[in-house]
Design a protein around this ligand. Structure first.
Ligand code: ADP
Ligand code: 5GP
Length: 183
């Protein structure tokens, strides 16, 4: 089976930005589109950024065993659909899962061969500034995300690889080296 790469770390650390750069450098790398019950942000597209589904549909798909992993994050549910992952791996493509820490822990159990990479911010202040600068979350959401980030950062040592996203292109180089070394 081609590689599965789990990229995790607190919201706002730059996971999405780094994955975009990584995929420019490694176009064969596929991205697993997660399902979520949160609402689309302006500019997000159904089926591209996420499969946006209702609470009822998410619950039904959990009951049907459709998820490789799922977790509740900041009051919403997010999960990786088995069919989404299989579609890429059966086509021979390495695939990236961009997920939070509880989901990464589940993948560690169910797909022990997956490569797990934790992205750290250079400081707590930098994380706050990035969340504010991104402009996608209201102040209450930002505080909730920063609160979750405290626990997530405490979990960094669990991960096989840790990359500090200080200077973006240095972090992208480090991430690319890990992925190339594993494919
Ligand atoms: P995540 O996917 O982890 O939630 P994003 O990729 O959306 O994070 O990045 C959050 C914000 O931080 C974005 O506005 C992005 O442009 C910015 N950002 C990402 N990496 C860096 C970096 N190394 N230095 C400064 N800003 C960054
Ligand atoms: P956001 O609302 O900012 O898009 O995502 C919030 C958090 O949910 C991020 O940490 C993101 O990595 C995580 N996330 C996105 N998709 C999944 C998924 O399929 N499973 C899990 N466990 N977390 C996810």
């Amino acid at each position: 089976m081609p590689g599965v790469f789990v990229i995790t770390g607190p919201s706002g650390v730059g996971k999405g930005t780094l994955i975009r750069l990584l995929r420019e450098r490694l176009p064969e790398l596929a991205m697993s589109v997660s399902a979520t019950t949160r609402r689309p942000r302006p500019g997000e597209t159904q089926g591209e950024d996420y499969h946006f589904i209702s609470d009822e549909e998410f619950a039904r798909r959990v009951a049907d065993g459709d998820f490789v992993e799922w977790a509740e994050y900041s009051g919403r549910r997010y999960g990786t659909l088995r069919e989404e992952l299989d579609r890429h791996t059966s086509g021979g493509h390495p695939v990236v899962l961009e997920i939070e820490v509880q989901g990464a822990r589940q993948v560690r159990e169910t797909l022990p061969d997956a490569t797990q990479i934790f992205i750290r911010p250079p400081s707590d202040d930098a994380l706050r500034e990035r969340l504010i600068g991104r402009g996608t979350d209201d102040p209450e959401q930002i505080e909730r995300r920063l609160k979750v980030a405290e626990d997530e950062l405490a979990a960094a040592d669990e991960f096989e690889h840790v990359v500090v996203n200080d200077r973006l292109h240095d972090a992208a180089d480090a991430l690319e080296a890990i992925v190339r070394g594993t494919i």
